[in-house]
Ligand binder design. Structure first.
Ligand SMILES: [Zn+2]
Ligand SMILES: [Zn+2]
Length: 257
């Protein structure tokens, strides 16, 4: 786990749970799969022995802003595959190029970094197959967001950021995460905060606990912590967890399975 904070990096009072925005890494077989490149991406060591694949849930800035701040991207000689089930490869390329060029960024990284290869998600699925099964699910988020699961003989990992949980998602999400050893869940808010944050695209800690109890999964890790939440506040909130499967995501934590 390289980035566990939501929306904007937060260095103050976050030494325990982490202040970098969304970035998760899964290493399995011949592949290094990275979910989102928030500011946590700066700490990812790109693997020269494996194929690096970056999968984007969506393009809100907290999920993409770290891409050119990993210096390894500039020196990497092998291809770095970028993909998203939300859009096709041409749209993805345009979005990344627009964000990291012109008035927003000093250099046009898509033009200068030939190792960045944009691929449709269906092509990534085929590339991973048969050792690794990649699936995706539409989430409930302004502008859209895609959840992913990766399953190999090591186990199954599910990534569900960003999502505003709705009751009609229950059956499809339960089926999607079924058998996961670890599920990453968007728990930016508490239920009382959700009352005045409806439509912002995020779920609650209480919903995480209820979902974890219903799901056939081993662990659920709540991520996308609110930037206004300190370590002490997260510790306080963790006391109200009603499921032993649930914990708050801790940046730099490594989960082996
Ligand atoms: Zn986000
Ligand atoms: Zn978002």
């Amino acid at each position: 786990m390289h980035g566990t904070r939501g929306s904007i990096p937060q260095p103050k009072g976050t030494a325990k749970y982490g202040g970098n925005t969304s970035c998760y890494e899964v290493v399995t077989g011949d592949f290094q799969i990275i979910f989102d490149t928030g500011t946590g991406f700066q700490d990812v060591v790109l693997d020269h022995e494996r194929t690096t694949i970056i999968l984007y849930s969506h393009f809100h800035h907290d999920h993409i802003q770290g891409l050119p701040f990993n210096l390894g991207v500039f020196s990497h000689l092998e291809d770095i595959i970028l993909s998203s089930a939300l859009v096709n490869r041409q749209v993805l390329k345009n979005m990344i190029q627009t964000y990291f060029s012109g008035g927003y960024f000093p250099v046009d990284i898509v033009t200068i970094l030939k190792q960045l290869k944009f691929m449709n998600c269906s092509s990534v699925q085929r590339k991973l197959s048969p050792d690794c099964k990649l699936e995706m699910i539409e989430l409930n988020h302004p502008g859209g967001s895609m959840g992913y699961s990766v399953e190999s003989n090591q186990g199954k990992f599910s990534y569900l950021l960003d999502n505003e949980y709705a009751d009609d998602q229950l059956d499809s999400l339960l089926a999607f995460v079924d058998g996961s050893k670890l599920v990453i869940w968007d728990g930016m808010f508490t239920n009382s905060e959700l009352e005045y944050r409806a439509g912002w695209g995020h779920s609650s800690v209480e919903q995480a606990c209820e979902f974890a109890e219903l799901a056939d999964i081993e662990k659920l890790s709540i991520s996308h912590h609110s930037p206004s939440r300190t370590d002490e506040e997260l510790d306080q909130i963790s006391k109200m967890f009603t499921s032993s499967k649930v914990s708050f995501a801790v940046q730099s934590d490594e989960v082996k399975f």
